[in-house]
Design a protein around this ligand. Structure first.
Ligand code: CP
Ligand code: NVA
Length: 313
């Protein structure tokens, strides 16, 4: 018997355009069933282990609730109170976890940790955020855009602020799904095309345009998005970043420059008065609560896909 190769979801580029088309259709179906209170339990008796080395509200809630709703069980492990926090090699942990559970989600610091775990795992591994990428969030964000405005292909996403794990994931999505990224961030915090270990591909570079003026980056954009100025793991730089990012808060003036139908997104948690003005995140163009909710639905489709492959409606 030939075993099917294990599929992991560590970066947005781990799935193809066609697989995303399937996943977004499947998400819509799973969400509609959930809203009608219909049971959808293809993962009865399956177990998800969730390993957290950084804080989380949405990621834990959506994976744990999602696995429960799919008929399975989820186990929360914090590196601080497991042997992972006492130096057990990640490769050994992967061997053990993947003999006991069917799926693993990891939120950690360096991306090499999820890669080393996946290389030693018999079961699919999902990246729940690393310093380098946050694919589950962009999956939810793209689905949210499609749900509210249709296909993102050919449209423009403006990113104002830090070139962080979210921005680099958006760049991968742009190359796969065919849209443009307009980036604006302060000097010293811009896109690093030669990022160590994760250089931005030529396809991704072709989707990217960088601006000094954030209002220019937002001009005509169909989606304006941002994120915290200091990501988890970079807290020591907070004071310096607060100064450097002055002038890069998404405000109503920038939203007025965008397309009249533009949406505003933020992966949350947000800091009103820093990276986004309260009037924008709490205003009519903001879809941040839909984005957060859609983490649940897209990740249910993702877990189902990684374990069972593509299913008929
Ligand atoms: N957006 C996001 O991943 O939220 P949490 O950090 O709360 O999981
Ligand atoms: N860029 C942020 C996202 C938090 C969900 C971080 O990595 O902290």
């Amino acid at each position: 018997m030939t075993l099917k190769p294990v599929r992991h979801y560590l970066q947005f580029r781990d799935l193809s355009r066609d697989e995303y088309a399937y996943l977004f259709r499947r998400t819509a179906l799973i969400k509609a069933r959930f809203k009608r209170y219909e049971l959808h339990q293809p993962l009865v008796d399956r177990t998800l282990a969730m390993i957290f080395e950084k804080h989380s509200t949405r990621t834990r809630l959506s994976f744990e609730a999602g696995m429960h709703q799919l008929g399975g069980a989820a186990i929360y492990i914090n590196t601080r109170d497991s042997q992972l926090g006492r130096g057990e090699p990640i490769e050994d942990a992967a061997q053990v976890f993947s003999r006991m559970v069917d799926l693993v989600m990891i939120r950690t610091y360096g991306h090499d940790i999820v890669e080393r775990f996946a290389a030693n795992s018999r079961v699919p591994v999902i990246n729940g955020l690393t310093n380098e990428f946050h694919p589950c969030q962009v999956l939810a964000d793209v689905f949210t855009y499609i749900e509210q405005r249709g296909d993102l292909a050919g449209r423009t996403v403006a990113w104002v602020g830090d070139a962080n794990n979210m921005l680099y994931t958006w760049l991968q999505a742009a190359a796969i799904l065919g849209f443009r990224i307009h980036f604006a961030g302060p000097a010293g915090y811009g896109v690093d095309l030669a990022r160590a270990g994760f250089p931005v591909s030529e396809d991704e570079q072709a989707c990217l345009r960088c601006f000094d003026d954030p209002a220019e980056a937002c001009a005509g954009a169909h989606l304006v998005t941002t994120d915290v100025w200091t990501s988890m793991g970079f807290e020591a730089e907070n004071a310096q970043r607060l100064k450097a990012f002055q002038g890069f808060m998404v405000d109503t003036g920038m939203m007025r420059r965008a397309d009249p139908e533009a949406l505003f997104m933020h992966c949350l948690p947000a800091h009103r008065g820093e990276e986004v003005q309260a009037e924008v995140i709490d205003g009519p163009q903001s879809v941040v609560w839909d984005e957060a909710e859609n983490r649940l639905h897209v990740q249910k489709a993702l877990m189902e896909f990684l374990l069972l492959g593509q299913l008929p409606d």
